[in-house]
Design a protein around this ligand. Structure first.
Ligand SMILES: [Zn+2]
Length: 324
């Protein structure tokens, strides 16, 4: 049985290719972080090498080895200190030339391909251009425009979408046995990324950080220029968590837009609904809308290498103060 939750069309496509003996030499799995790309790739590796009846059975020697990360023919390659280097791709190039140790297929899962250096990507391209038999490459990446077109054209592309929130909630309750209230919150916050929700259920620090970050934003709404500029400066010193903070802000202001507009759609920040309702009274619809726009613009600028501190300063100064 496939362990993947959701993404049925992708599972069906892979199953069909396996049944017809028409697997591609390389697949490219696209989608947001923690959406299930690596889980799907590992499950496919299991299906390819399964010794049981219904592939992947999850029980046989091969399936178990892959699940435990010690199958000699299934390798997961990822960035070291932020980048995938040429040496890693050269090792792949050497290894693919050898026949499998014990499985039928050698599977190389290369995670976050967008982190490969140009040299590393070009090295992998050589392997993709002359695909060895009994080898399948599974690349994962966030967005297609982050990769070389020559790499994309040699892969079958599977674009994974976020799961329905209800499906994440159900999986959290049934498979991970998380209590319903917590499952509801995690499912909403996950935006359909089950991997994120599972991790947040295991690491308390993730929700604590969200809590702290939301409180800081709410406090900042009532503060003046000096505090706002100080906050922008502080934030700009942590480029790694910047996107996460802005996404959180965006979720909050989108929620405000929903509440303001009287929409019946459930908000994302379900545990803070009372605060959202009271804030909705303090802002006009135009103010909320304008700030959502400002947030989107800031995210765009930061994605396009704008001056971080400047972009954040402009954003913090445009954060509207509550009217009451
Ligand atoms: Zn099996």
């Amino acid at each position: 049985m496939w362990q993947v939750v959701g993404h049925e069309w992708a599972v069906e496509l892979l199953e069909r290719s396996l049944a017809n003996g028409r697997t591609a030499h390389a697949y490219l799995l696209l989608g947001l972080p923690q959406i299930g790309k690596t889980t799907l790739a590992l499950n496919f590796a299991q299906a390819l090498n399964c010794l049981g009846e219904e592939k992947p059975c999850g029980q046989c020697r091969s399936c178990l080895k892959i699940a435990h990360g010690n199958h000699p023919d299934v390798r997961v390659i990822e960035a070291v200190n932020g980048t995938i280097k040429i040496d890693q791709m050269r090792a792949v190039q050497r290894e693919v030339a050898l026949s499998p140790h014990e499985g039928r297929w050698k599977v190389y899962i290369i995670r976050q391909m967008e982190r490969a250096t140009t040299e590393a990507a070009n090295c992998l391209l050589k392997t993709l251009e002359e695909p060895p038999t009994q080898v399948i490459l599974m690349l994962t990446a966030g967005e297609i425009d982050q990769l070389l077109p020559t790499i994309i054209s040699r892969c079958q592309v599977l674009n994974l979408r976020p799961l329905p929130i209800s499906l994440v909630r159900e999986a959290l309750e049934e498979r991970w046995e998380i209590d319903p209230e917590q499952a509801r919150l995690l499912a909403r916050l996950s935006g359909g990324r089950l991997g994120w929700a599972v991790r947040a259920s295991e690491e308390a620090a993730i929700l604590q950080k969200r809590e702290r970050c939301l409180n800081e934003m709410i406090e900042l709404m009532g503060q003046g220029r000096v505090e706002r500029l100080r906050y922008a400066q502080r934030l700009s010193r942590h480029p790694d968590s910047l996107r996460e903070v802005l996404d959180l802000w965006l979720s909050w202001w989108r929620d405000l837009l929903l509440v303001k507009g009287g929409s019946s759609t459930e908000v994302t920040n379900v545990d803070r609904e009372a605060t959202l309702r009271s804030q909705a009274q303090s802002y006009s619809l135009t103010q909320v809308r304008d700030f959502v726009k400002a947030l989107r613009a800031a995210v765009w600028q930061l994605d396009h290498n704008a001056n971080t501190r400047l972009a954040l300063e402009v954003l913090m100064l445009s954060l509207p103060a509550p009217s009451t």
